[in-house]
Design a protein around this ligand. Structure first.
Ligand code: ADP
Ligand code: MG
Length: 475
């Protein structure tokens, strides 16, 4: 009997299905169609260029093996890539190099077979149809005008301004803004976005936090529309990604962002990124992503000095139409010296106090209010909370941690949760074990030792634990 393309491809799918997780199979293999079989060349159709790249990067080894199994040593696979919403399709061929034998050719660098990139039309700009409209997700209140300049932010601010004038057209690509909590990262990058929208109205600008991006990605996986997700992001002219340190430990999300990043960068689009640390100090991020972040300019935001803090407060009061005695401004600026958000928070509480109690805002009120404000609220940390943080951090479901599963990532999340529970709560070993899925106290001791050992020997792991502890302390 003569083999048809679908016979061959279905036999390949049977093997592939047994070798990868069901979800990956659903996402990456179900949408593929077998097109034709000519001699020993099987042509399959994939929905986009991105799909092709992903298959070649993650599954080339597995594909090679299965195709050869079906078609013999000379068997080859060709791709046909659909350019969305047009009938054109582009033939791609894989080199199927004969080295390597792992199931996943993860680190194989596959040369792009034919450089047809330029022929691929942006799927969102369809001639004759309305151009893609995007809500940039920007807060109009964050502008350059009300971002006070000081020594603490001069480089970052002026680089941001240059980028806003010529997105994608400066050497500051990506522009990476980093600094501690509440020092104005979000404000500054949103100001860049707002400025671009104001002066270059037809640019597609999008602001997204790393958390939201991760959530959208997880949803896209669930709903099987990864392709739409990626196409959407790849259509932007300016992509602002806030808080990339939150990518730590989320390998799949980093992978997808890496692809989007490359695509945008190659097409001369502007990337703007924020993070709480300099690229070299970020832990839990893949090296190839970090190295991309270093391509452009990294500029830090530091703690503003007293004069700048006073200027920020004055400007804020001015915008809100409130007048305050200068000694009050100075007192607040002097006492809250680590973070602009707290500075503003103190001012808001001060205003609230004065309105509620119908008291004038003077130095005395400021003093009594600040006493409460500075006081440290060290509330108890619960095991539930530790578990929630850890599970969010590693993107694993809470039920799994309590279950019996021995999957590596679940075991890791479970052991770190136990370790942190031992460290930060007064709970007994017995109760900790019971809480995390009815285990006994020796399991908890073993978990704590394991985590201790890994912290000493594995830098990446140490970074995970430090990150989670930081989140614990912030709450
Ligand atoms: P981050 O994203 O770094 O945590 P935000 O951008 O959210 O910090 O800033 C916290 C608050 O401080 C915001 O309300 C922001 O407007 C204000 N802020 C920070 N830096 C400045 C500045 N240089 N001038 C004016 N406001 C600032
Ligand atoms: Mg922020």
């Amino acid at each position: 009997m003569e083999k048809t393309s679908s016979h061959v491809w279905n036999s390949c799918l049977q093997i592939i299905k047994d070798n990868i997780p069901a979800q990956s199979f659903k996402t990456w293999f179900e949408p593929i169609k077998a097109l034709r079989l000519e001699g020993n060349v099987l042509t399959i159709q994939v929905p986009s260029l991105f799909f092709y790249e992903w298959l070649e990067e993650h599954y080339v080894g597995l594909l090679r093996k299965t195709v050869k199994k079906q078609l013999g040593e000379d068997g080859r696979l060709e791709y046909n890539i659909v350019v969305e919403k047009s009938s054109t399709s582009i033939p791609y061929t894989t080199n199927m190099p004969s080295n390597g034998n792992g199931a996943e050719g993860k680190n194989q660098s596959m040369p792009m077979p034919i450089s047809l990139n330029k022929d691929i039309k942006n799927p969102f700009v369809i001639p004759g149809l309305k151009k893609l409209q995007v809500d940039p997700q920007l807060n109009q209140n964050y502008t350059f005008e009300n971002f006070i300049e000081g020594d603490c932010n001069r480089l970052a601010r002026s680089a941001g301004y240059a980028v806003a004038g010529k997105p994608g057209g400066t050497s500051f690509n990506p522009l990476m803004i980093y600094g501690g909590v509440g020092l104005g990262k979000t404000h500054l990058v949103q100001a860049i976005g707002n400025e671009i929208k104001r002066t270059l109205t037809d640019k597609l600008v999008l602001y997204v936090s790393c958390e939201k991006f991760t959530q959208q990605f997880v949803d896209a996986l669930k709903n099987n529309n990864i392709n739409d997700f990626v196409n959407f992001y790849q259509a932007m002219d300016v992509l602002i990604m806030d808080d990339v340190h939150n990518f730590a430990g989320k390998e799949k999300t980093q992978d997808i962002f890496f692809h989007i990043f490359n695509h945008l960068h190659q097409s001369g689009k502007q990337l703007i990124i924020t993070s709480d640390k300099a690229p070299k100090d970020l832990s839990g991020l893949e090296e190839r992503l970090l190295s991309r972040f270093k391509w452009g300019l990294s500029a830090d935001l530091q703690i503003p000095d007293l004069e700048t803090r006073m200027a920020i407060l004055n400007k804020k009061m001015y915008f809100d139409g409130i007048e305050l005695p200068s000694e009050v401004i100075e007192y607040v600026a002097h006492n809250i010296d680590n973070n602009v958000r707290e500075l503003e928070g103190a001012m808001v509480s001060l205003l609230a106090q004065s309105t509620l109690n119908k008291k004038e805002i003077d130095l005395n009120l400021a003093k009594s209010m600040l006493k409460n404000f500075i006081k440290n609220s060290s509330k108890e940390i619960s095991m539930e909370y530790i578990q929630k943080l850890v599970c969010e951090y590693f993107e694993v479901p809470i039920e799994m941690v309590k279950s019996k599963t021995r999957k590596r990532e679940i075991v890791q999340a479970r052991q770190i949760s136990m370790y942190l529970a031992k460290l930060h709560t007064k709970t007994s070993l017995k109760s900790i074990g019971a809480f995390f899925g009815g285990r006994d106290h020796s399991t908890v001791i073993y978990a704590c030792q394991t985590v201790d050992d890994l912290i000493d020997t594995d830098k990446k792991f140490k970074g995970y634990v430090a990150d989670i502890q930081k989140k614990l302390k912030m709450s």
